[in-house]
Ligand binder design. Structure first.
Ligand SMILES: [Zn+2]
Length: 80
C-alpha cells in the first residue's frame, strides 16, 4: 500500500513519535534524527501560533474582567 504521508516512528523502537517538537523518543528515550523532528521554520511557526493564542487569551480575560467590573462603553472589536 503506497502512503505518501509518512508516519514518524522511532528508528530505535519503532514507536510512533507523538511530539515532533521533542528531540527524544517518548517510548525509549533514544535521540531522534533531525529529519523526524520539526524543522526550525516549523518550530517558529508553532511558537508564533502559540504566542498569538496566549495573547488572545490574555486579552479576552482582561476584557472579561473590565466588563465584570462594570465598565460600560467597552466595545468588543469584531472578531474575524
Ligand atoms: Zn523509541
Amino acid at each position: 500500500m503506497a502512503d505518501d504521508h509518512p508516519s514518524y516512528v522511532c528508528p530505535q523502537c519503532g514507536g510512533l513519535i507523538l511530539n515532533r517538537g521533542y528531540p527524544k523518543c517518548e517510548h525509549c528515550q533514544a535521540d531522534l534524527p533531525a529529519q523526524l523532528l520539526f524543522s526550525k521554520a516549523e518550530m517558529d511557526k508553532n511558537w508564533a501560533a502559540y504566542a498569538a493564542a496566549q495573547q488572545r487569551d490574555a486579552d479576552q480575560r482582561l476584557r472579561d474582567a473590565i466588563t465584570q467590573f462594570g465598565g460600560d462603553g467597552v466595545s468588543n472589536p469584531p472578531t474575524p
